[in-house]
Ligand binder design. Structure first.
Ligand code: NAD
Length: 366
């Protein structure tokens, strides 16, 4: 072990506690292991409603500050997502610093699992960008505090069908707000991204008689969608389509100063995470344009609902039934936004915070 006198000072020191204070985080755990090369940060934002659940992202961050910032931002998002979905879960997230293609190993994932285990259930992990179900199997060798496992291991398997169903419910609720009826029959819907969620969403939309436009960078996905009756359009044209609904199901930050002015739709409702480049600026821009925007972390909560269901013995029908509630939650958010004259994203955050504050009171006595 290096002599403490000869250890170098970290190259960058930043005001970590000020950051934690501003976002009101409960705990940050730095996990370090020389033998496996593990460098991970577990950020636990809020556990008023229950243990903090959030996936583990593995990414080559440009620097450590970016990694901490990502962990803080994503864990806070998980608190809001769980709260507004009515789950007894708090918000947390882990990031592993490193290249998911080259730096990953069984030992690294299992060492990470040991750190998760040491938190005694205060943090529950799952897969995320850069980690896979296989990685979670390794984590599971060291801790039970992991969800999103394959069905054969008692998990819920692929959450995408539940996410897609919740998204479909959110689109219907948004249609109700925009046109007074939640029927999508005869409505036109443009889906950006025909991946795991987008493809399932297509099935629901088709069944209801919507006309569907699709864009994807994957040619094969477009061919499959066209075989289901969808009309492929080229990437950037998606924003200017004269359609009723735009459903982003691919990338984040696609609602911004460049795209919003081009939108002709009356509803934006899709599964992609972090759709607004800036929550306040672009949430307000959509509101000013009279577009009904379904807050992403509300409409795409089906995935979280699915993994949460694993805790009570997984039954897909139960997860689906809970995802159906997204319809009512979205309508509640639209009412709150109207009443308080805020954009829909802000209303969703207010609703999430209200439930946390209410439950804090419930838990104030033994
Ligand atoms: P996926 O990777 O299976 O699908 C994404 C699709 O988007 C792919 O077909 C990809 O080719 C396409 N795409 C990528 N860049 C594109 C571009 N520039 N233009 C058009 N298409 C593009 O992912 P998924 O699981 O279907 O998730 C979709 C979105 O929903 C993501 O933002 C994800 O974070 C979010 N989400 C997914 C779940 C879930 O259960 N899978 C849950 C919550 C949120």
């Amino acid at each position: 072990m290096a002599d403490i006198q000869t250890m170098s000072t970290p190259a960058t020191v930043f005001d970590l506690f000020a950051g934690l204070e501003s976002t009101n985080h409960e705990q940050i755990v730095f996990c370090q292991d020389n033998a496996t090369g593990l460098k991970a940060i577990i950020a636990i934002h809020n556990t008023v409603l229950g243990p903090g659940l959030g996936g583990t992202r593995m990414w080559s961050y440009a620097n450590e500050k970016d990694a901490v910032r990502d962990a803080l931002r994503l864990s806070r998002g998980m608190t809001y997502k769980a709260s507004v979905a009515g789950l007894n879960l708090g918000g947390a997230k882990a990031v592993i610093i490193g290249d998911a293609k080259t730096a990953k190993s069984e030992a690294l994932m299992r060492k990470f699992g040991r750190f998760v285990e040491n938190l005694n259930g205060k943090y529950i992990t799952a897969e995320d960008v850069g980690t896979t179900t296989r990685d979670m199997e390794y984590v599971n060798m060291e801790t039970d505090h992991v969800v999103g496992l394959p069905e054969m291991m008692g998990g819920g398997g692929d959450p995408s069908p539940v996410t897609a169903f919740g998204t479909y419910m959110g689109i219907k609720a948004s249609a109700k707000k925009a046109w007074g009826s939640d029927s999508l029959s005869g409505k036109s819907v443009a889906v950006q991204g025909i991946g795991k969620v987008g493809m399932h969403l297509l099935e629901h939309l088709k069944k209801e008689g919507a006309s569907i436009y699709v864009a994807d960078i994957n040619e094969q996905a477009l061919i499959e969608a066209a075989a289901m009756g969808a009309i492929p359009v080229s990437g950037d044209d998606m924003y200017e389509l004269d359609v009723d609904v735009f459903a982003p199901c691919a990338l984040g930050a696609i609602l911004n100063g460049n795209t919003i002015p081009r939108l002709k739709c009356q509803v934006v409702a899709g599964a992609a995470n972090n759709q607004l480049e800036d929550e306040k600026v672009h949430g307000d821009m959509l509101k000013a344009k009279g577009i009904v925007y379904a807050p992403d972390f509300v409409i795409n909560a089906g995935g979280l609902i699915n993994v949460y269901s694993e805790y009570n013995g997984y039954v897909r029908e139960q997860a689906m039934a809970q995802a159906e509630n997204i319809y009512k939650t979205i309508l509640d958010i639209y009412s709150l936004a109207d009443a308080q004259q805020v954009n829909n994203q802000q209303a969703a955050i207010k609703l999430a915070e209200k439930r946390i504050n209410d439950m804090m009171h419930v838990h104030s006595t033994f």
